[in-house]
Write a protein that binds this ligand. Sequence first.
Ligand code: PMV
Length: 314
Amino acid sequence: MAKVFAPGVIKLFGEHAVVYGKPAIAVTINRGVYVECERGDKLVVETVGASASLRYFPEERRIEAFGSERFFSYVDAALRVAEERWGALKAKFAIRSDLPPSIGAATSAAVSVGVLKAYSRCVGVDVGGEELAKLGHRVELEVQGIASPMDTAAVSLGGLLKIWASPFRVERIDASLPPFYIAVLPRRGTTGEIVAEVKALLGRRRSTAGVVEAIGSLVEEAHACLVGGDLECLGELMYVNNWLLGALGVVEGRVVSLLEMVRPFIYGGKISGAGRGGAVVLLPRDEELVERVLAALGHTYYKVSVTQSGVSAL
Ligand code: PMV
């Protein structure tokens, strides 16, 4: 049996601007997707926690699941790409995630890369992070039509990374970060829709190009603060990045109120990913008080640590 862990990814700085040629800074965390693969006589995929509603037909003792199509489209595409690359395989795959889907924590990339890695282990091939990043990106492109290589690269390579989307380039940042929190808010719209709306805004209002430029230079400053281990600076730049994303229309009132409530207890915070809710990253000054506020507000939240390795065998 092969077992792998594919980490989730938090975008610390630079999302959206990364679509327009600026670098972004992303980091892998110790929550993500677990994939097991055991050879057998047919191909089966089992999962728990993929969001789905069930319809039961008692007379036929048959169950249908709805809403899980999106999840399985990544699994399907990953299995297809894997078969093309490493040949056919009959096996049982079991997939489990300890992060909710569609919050901006790269769970779809983790499913894609996790299935690819587990498949390769099951057929006895050792595949490197660079190749997985490429194959994982192909999976996301097949499913979404358009996809940045940021998430699949981060899941495959792991650690704290500075990433340019086009032309694609990754640079490892040698710095450590303390554990931080992710609060989860309901998200409105898909990444594709939100990215398209930002593009439309940039096309309509010339002055918003300055926001993208500002995010680009903020990423450079944040890089220096990370290397210097300066949490005050990082926190302040997280706030600034969040307001700049707000200017692009992707930060909602709910995120702003949450950040106001926890403000005394954090260095800073911001959305992670496309926005309109989803994951909000909080860099804590006082962990206990952050947890108390999040619990009192009734938000789902996770304390996470940075990991150094990308998808790996367990
Ligand atoms: O919300 P997510 O995890 O899908 O991240 C989107 C990140 C963007 O920069 C907004 C888009 C992209 O393709 O890089």
